[in-house]
Design a protein around this ligand. Structure first.
Ligand code: 5GP
Ligand code: ZN
Length: 145
């Protein structure tokens, strides 16, 4: 199983660093964020060290993803929130500070203003179609169906 001695989340997986762990199984660990955006902010990580969303094996991701519905329900019930954001910052430029893939489950309340809506840039049919074709080309090149 891949692990990184310098990784704080690997240390949490190995109980070398304490954390408030809500769920731990062979593939996935869920624990409370030490500096939460809202009370009940949960982090969900793969046990195996991988840095970003493109670095995880599909099977490991499937197991982690399979935990998200019930962990979301747990966050909602325990926090009393009415909604939540599921966020993954993948890569430094996207805001990732801990280089072990993780998913934020962030409780939300009516008008809580905790996360502001991101800026949108609009698009036209032609540029969307061009980008769509580029993406399809990459998929075909990678041999995906
Ligand atoms: P990122 O910006 O990488 O998407 O988010 C990293 C998250 O990990 C942050 O929300 C931060 O508060 C949390 N975090 C960083 N170090 C620790 C730690 O040692 N323990 C816990 N529980 N959370 C941490
Ligand atoms: Zn790690």
């Amino acid at each position: 199983m891949r692990s990184d001695d310098s990784c704080i989340f690997c240390k949490i997986v190995q109980s070398k660093v304490p954390a408030s762990i809500v769920l731990q199984n062979k593939a996935t660990v869920a624990f409370l964020d030490i500096n939460p955006i809202a009370t009940g902010h949960l982090l969900v990580i793969p046990v195996e060290h991988c840095s970003t969303i493109t670095d995880i094996a599909p099977e490991a991701m499937a197991r982690l993803a399979g935990e998200l519905p019930r962990l979301s329900q747990v966050v909602l019930e325990a926090s009393g929130a009415v909604a939540l954001n599921l966020i993954c910052n993948s890569g430094k430029e996207a805001g990732q500070e801990v280089p072990h893939l993780h998913f934020h489950l962030i409780p939300r309340y009516t008008d809580d203003q905790r996360i502001l809506r991101t800026n949108r840039m609009g698009s036209d049919d032609e540029s969307r179609e061009r980008m769509c074709q580029k993406m399809v080309d990459v998929l075909v090149r990678e041999g995906s169906d």
